[in-house]
Design a protein around this ligand. Structure first.
Ligand code: 5GP
Ligand code: ZN
Length: 137
């Protein structure tokens, strides 16, 4: 565990966080800069930098916890939808390098926008990328 990891410090109880749930593998707490009301982060207790590094069982536990919180956001907060989001690497917008799953409740008319404008892709390049992904172990 890196000495300077803020989320490890939250797991250890060394810095405060508004926790909402936890189990033996993961902890869920409120994001300090919520994108919408109820924005929650789910993290493994055991440090892993990102989705490429996290233990598979911890990842499964994080996704299950994310689903539970998503259901609570719909039932309890009246969310109209939910985004589950993970960023891996600085070029993918990751800013805290301890794996975390964002659970972002969505509300009709909320101000969040898709971060990209969808355009039809190049069919040949889609096929070429698919071939690489199929054949890479
Ligand atoms: P990322 O940009 O890595 O996907 O997300 C990092 C998230 O962690 C951000 O949404 C940010 O608001 C949140 N965050 C950063 N520092 C803290 C903190 O000290 N406490 C809490 N609760 N959230 C934090
Ligand atoms: Zn950490």
């Amino acid at each position: 565990m890196p000495d300077d990891c803020i989320f490890c410090a939250i797991v250890a109880g060394d810095i405060p966080a508004t926790k909402i749930d936890e189990d033996d593998r993961v902890v869920a707490f409120m994001d300090i800069n919520p994108a919408t009301r109820g924005h929650t982060l789910v993290i493994p207790r055991q440090h892993a930098d990102n989705v490429l590094e996290i233990d598979e069982e911890d990842l499964a536990a994080a996704v299950k916890m994310g689903q539970r919180i998503a259901k609570r956001a719909v039932r309890g907060l009246g969310a109209d939808g939910v985004n589950l989001l993970n960023s891996c690497g600085e070029h993918a917008w990751q800013t805290v390098f301890h794996f975390h799953l964002h659970v972002i409740p969505r509300y009709q008319g909320d101000p969040l926008q898709l971060p990209w404008i969808p355009h039809p892709g190049d069919q040949e390049d889609i096929a070429a990328a698919a071939a690489v992904l199929r054949s890479t172990s």
